[in-house]
Design a protein around this ligand. Structure first.
Ligand code: HEC
Ligand code: HEC
Ligand code: HEC
Ligand code: HEC
Length: 177
């Protein structure tokens, strides 16, 4: 009896850990998303993102201004090397689930808001919203929490955040058909 309990316990434990492994979606990087999201017909989400501040968020850390902020905070490393800055200025900082196509230099990329794309990026899944969400895609309508995990007082240059105003600056909708 006891043995059976242990076996059952182990079986349950193993299946839980395999599910956890499968759920570890990887970051693929904006280049991959851009392949299908750059024509006017699709809404050119890539072009809109590229023109936004998010695309330059890592480069911002390489400026004198950023290094002054880092120094004033008592950091010993340059801003672009400090976890204290990188955690909001690049996608998926601290995650080792990244594909070779992923580049930290691309700043705050699509996957910061839409979730790591390794499992939803294929056409057959992307076309089907339900399947895509099951594979890790995040589509959050009017949810400021998606933004305030970075746009908050922990940001050394933070002033205020208004979701409506901010979203209007980066909106990238699929045109009505
Ligand atoms: C192989 C082509 C392809 C790639 C690569 C791709 N997508 Fe898509 N994506 C699509 C298509 C097709 C749709 C459906 C568009 C429609 O409904 O008109 C879509 C829809 C979406 C939607 C809207 C979902 C909804 O139903 O509201 C989001 C968000 C999205 N993609 C994000 C991404 C991100 C982020 C990446 C990169 C990690 C990515 N896509 C990569 C083809 C692609
Ligand atoms: C992963 C962190 C992160 C997330 C999540 C995030 N942002 Fe940002 N955002 C930044 C950083 C960092 C900058 C500054 C980039 C720079 O200036 O180099 C920025 C800048 C901006 C700017 C330009 C500055 C301004 O205030 O005009 C807008 C607009 C903006 N974000 C909107 C949004 C919206 C809307 C959301 C949620 C849908 C969002 N952001 C989610 C990190 C993030
Ligand atoms: C700062 C966060 C953020 C970033 C970065 C971002 N998105 Fe989005 N995206 C959103 C939000 C929030 C929505 C849903 C808005 C709504 O419909 O209210 C959205 C919607 C979409 C949609 C669906 C539009 C529709 O009309 O249904 C697509 C497609 C999409 N994003 C693709 C991308 C791609 C591709 C990138 C990178 C090139 C990207 N997004 C970068 C936050 C972001
Ligand atoms: C909690 C997330 C977060 C952290 C941590 C963070 N930033 Fe930012 N940073 C942002 C956001 C969001 C913006 C754009 C809006 C704003 O200024 O708050 C930004 C903007 C900036 C800007 C451009 C502001 C301007 O007016 O030109 C610089 C420079 C900057 N950050 C440097 C740094 C440095 C250096 C660190 C580390 C010491 C750091 N940030 C840490 C989120 C963050």
């Amino acid at each position: 009896m006891k043995k059976l309990t242990i076996i059952l316990f182990l079986a349950a434990f193993c299946s839980v850990s395999t599910t956890a492994l499968l759920a570890q979606h990887k970051y693929v990087g904006v280049k991959i998303c851009s392949m299908c999201h750059k024509t006017e017909k699709q809404g050119n989400q890539f072009g809109i993102w590229q023109a936004s501040k998010h695309a330059g968020a890592f480069k911002t850390l390489q400026t004198d201004k950023a290094n002054e902020i880092a120094k004033a905070k008592g950091l010993k490393t340059s801003a672009a090397e400090s976890p204290e800055c990188l955690k909001c200025h690049v996608t998926g900082y601290g995650s080792d689930a990244k594909m070779p196509t992923f580049k930290q230099e691309d700043g705050v990329q699509c996957e910061s808001c839409h979730g790591p794309g390794s499992d939803y990026k294929v056409m057959t899944i992307m076309k089907d919203q339900k399947k895509a969400i099951a594979a890790g895609l995040i589509v959050a309508k009017d949810d400021p929490k998606l933004c305030t995990k970075c746009h908050n007082e922990e940001s050394p240059t933070f002033k205020s955040f208004d979701y409506k105003v901010a979203w209007a600056k980066i909106k990238h909708e699929i045109p009505a058909k």
